[in-house]
Design a protein around this ligand. Structure first.
Ligand SMILES: *Cc1c(COP(=O)(O)O)cnc(C)c1O
Length: 231
């Protein structure tokens, strides 16, 4: 068995165990394999182990991989998520190539994605990125700005507002991680009451996955625990 296959089995088992511990069903938690900076051979190993959803942070690197697998891969369809910071001048590449964008944090970007999404493709699934705790980061909006942005985005054609995403500031204490993720979950439930199509709360990485799942994450973005440390 390859290391990546073994790692994937371990991560899946951890997701299942953590979910059961907090009385959630493991099927409620989607595993997104974050393959940024990793070669296509690593992704091929993950595919062989039954992983079909991948997250990429850099537009051109992600598009190159999407094209590579579109030409080559014959089996189960792959689903590509853009999870990195998005500049306006790169939005077209995201709109034309990815199935999801997790990092929408201003109306202008959502409008561009809406206009640039090709008519023949299904709607682009988008998440609003919330800056829940990381004052250093310039990405993400505040919770106070969320209702207005969600209202504006939900009117746009060719994009489907599926939920929220957050990258909290690094924190090693489980209870502190949990408190931040619970704020996100509360914001998600409040918004979902108004927009029933919202079904995705993207939070949890290698170092804070247990707290994210306990707080209600529906999608964890895991890189290191699957592919090993990045250079
Ligand atoms: C790199 C990255 C991840 C994966 O982080 P790991 O700690 O390697 O699991 C998840 N989400 C985002 C937005 C990232 O940039």
């Amino acid at each position: 068995m390859s290391t990546i296959e073994q790692n994937l089995q371990d991560v899946r088992a951890r997701i299942a165990a953590i979910s059961r511990n907090c009385a959630r069903s493991p099927e409620e938690v989607t595993l997104l394999a974050v393959s940024k900076t990793k070669p296509v051979t690593a992704i091929e190993e993950a595919i062989a182990a039954g992983q079909y959803a991948f997250g990429e942070n850099y537009v051109q690197e992600g598009v190159d991989k999407i094209h590579y697998f579109a030409d080559k891969h014959q089996g189960h369809p792959l689903e590509w998520h853009f999870i990195g910071p998005l500049q306006s001048n790169k939005s077209r590449l995201v709109a034309e190539n990815f199935a999801w964008c997790h990092t929408v944090d201003r109306l202008k970007i959502a409008q561009r994605l809406s206009v640039q999404r090709p008519a023949e493709m299904p709607d682009l699934n988008i998440l609003i990125q919330v800056n829940i705790s990381d004052e250093q980061s310039k990405s993400g909006i505040t919770l106070a700005e969320l209702p207005a942005l969600a209202a504006n985005i939900s009117e746009l054609p060719k994009v489907n507002l599926r939920g929220l995403m957050a990258i909290p500031a690094p924190e090693t204490d489980y209870q502190k991680q949990l408190a931040v993720f619970e704020q996100m979950h509360q914001a998600f439930l409040t918004l979902k009451a108004q927009y029933p199509q919202m079904d995705t709360l993207s939070m949890g990485m290698t170092d804070d996955m247990p707290a994210a799942i306990a707080a209600g994450s529906t999608l964890v973005r895991i890189g290191t625990a699957i592919f090993g440390a990045r250079a």
